[in-house]
Design a protein around this ligand. Structure first.
Ligand code: MN
Ligand code: MN
Length: 366
């Protein structure tokens, strides 16, 4: 269990008169408990009371894994043939009595699960929302968390190394994706943090295009956006490389995005705001007349999930502080022509930032 995070949670519970917190998002359960699992449609739940010992509730087939994790308290299991809510309600009653005020994750808990609790605890107040608190806690990463993000970053670098070797005219996007993930799996990387994107030529002009039978062609740019999960922590990075000699036009677009990415990354330090960082990158791209083709925010926080706080976006006056981790990912997408994005995730130090990925950002010609 992450004692530091749980005591932050309890501080919040105490000042909001919450006597029981129900953590329902599996990535948040991993965050507090150290037990990382995807229960699919089954129920995984973490109950943390203000004072007594917490307990973890898990599908029966995961109980042993949960006990073997860093979670040191009780794990209650259920069989597929049992009603999980009857067991949960009985456990809560037995351990703590009916809660006066139970905090739930309003941004995540689905209605029928909430309803089962509300039906069982008719006098409990469910008004307290855990979602903003978890977002707030996740803004700042500890040194140990940064270390896990560094490890995830280095496997993303490895993925680029594997992928770049496969760039040649005639290769399909999907074959490159398959090779990257196959090689990573052989090397012990169990999971990607999102579906790997390899997009060639005009296909890369769609910021969330999907790789298919499209082939890489000579004198085209190829965009790689990928990430891995290592010990529950994610990486996310983008590089755009050239197959053969790039045209002057492609080179020009690349250089603008690179200038925007480097300027924003160099400007990261405690005290600057998220909106100011977004503007630094946007000003570069607008200065060259391509502002309308940079059609997404500059970045997003990263941690146990791929998108968390802070959001690096215009209008967000949140001050950047030491320990925050987020992406810097400007792009230019010219429809039916060329797409370039360059992305590093970084952690903020006391006077600057350090990227999790080290793959060169100079235009690599393959
Ligand atoms: Mn990203
Ligand atoms: Mn990305």
């Amino acid at each position: 269990m992450n004692q530091e995070k749980v005591s932050e949670l309890r501080k919040w519970m105490s000042s909001n008169q919450v006597d029981l917190a129900y953590v329902s998002d599996p990535s948040h359960i991993a965050y507090f408990s150290g037990f990382d699992s995807n229960p699919m449609e089954r129920i995984l739940a973490l109950f943390i009371p203000l004072e007594k010992d917490p307990f973890l509730f898990a599908p029966g087939l995961e109980v042993e894994d949960a006990k073997a994790s860093s979670w040191a308290y009780d794990v209650i299991g259920y069989l597929d043939s049992e009603d999980p809510w009857a067991i949960i309600v009985a456990e809560i009653n037995k351990r703590y009595g009916a809660p006066k005020k139970m905090a739930i994750e309003k941004g995540q808990l689905v209605l029928d699960r909430y309803q089962r609790l509300a039906d069982a605890f008719t006098s409990t107040d469910f008004s307290a929302d855990l979602t903003p608190l978890v977002q707030q806690l996740q803004l700042y990463k500890t040194e140990e968390e940064c270390q896990l993000l560094v490890e995830a970053g280095s496997t993303a670098d490895l993925a680029f190394e594997i992928g770049f070797k496969l760039v040649k005219a005639g290769a399909t996007e999907e074959s490159i994706v398959a090779e990257i993930e196959y090689e990573l799996k052989k090397q012990g990387v169990k999971e990607m943090s999102f579906p790997t994107e390899v997009l060639a030529g005009p296909n890369a002009a769609s910021p969330h295009g999907s790789p298919g039978k499209n082939t890489v062609k000579e004198n085209e740019l190829v965009l790689f956006d990928l990430g891995t999960i290592v010990n529950g922590y994610c990486s996310d990075a983008t590089r755009t490389v050239a197959c053969g000699k790039p045209t002057d036009h492609q080179k020009k677009i690349y250089d603008i995005v690179l200038e925007a990415q480097l300027k924003a990354q160099e400007a990261v330090k405690p005290g600057i705001t998220a909106a100011e960082l977004d503007k630094i990158a946007r000003d570069v791209i607008e200065g060259y007349g391509y502002g309308e083709y940079f059609n997404h925010r500059l970045g997003h926080g990263i941690g146990t999930t791929i998108h968390e706080f802070p959001s690096i976006v215009g209008g967000n006056d949140m001050e950047i502080k030491e320990g925050m981790c987020f992406s810097i990912e400007p792009g230019i997408y010219l429809p039916n022509d060329v797409g370039v994005r360059i992305e590093d995730c970084i952690f903020v130090t006391k006077d600057g930032c350090i990227p999790f990925t080290k793959t060169s950002k100079e235009l690599i010609i393959l």
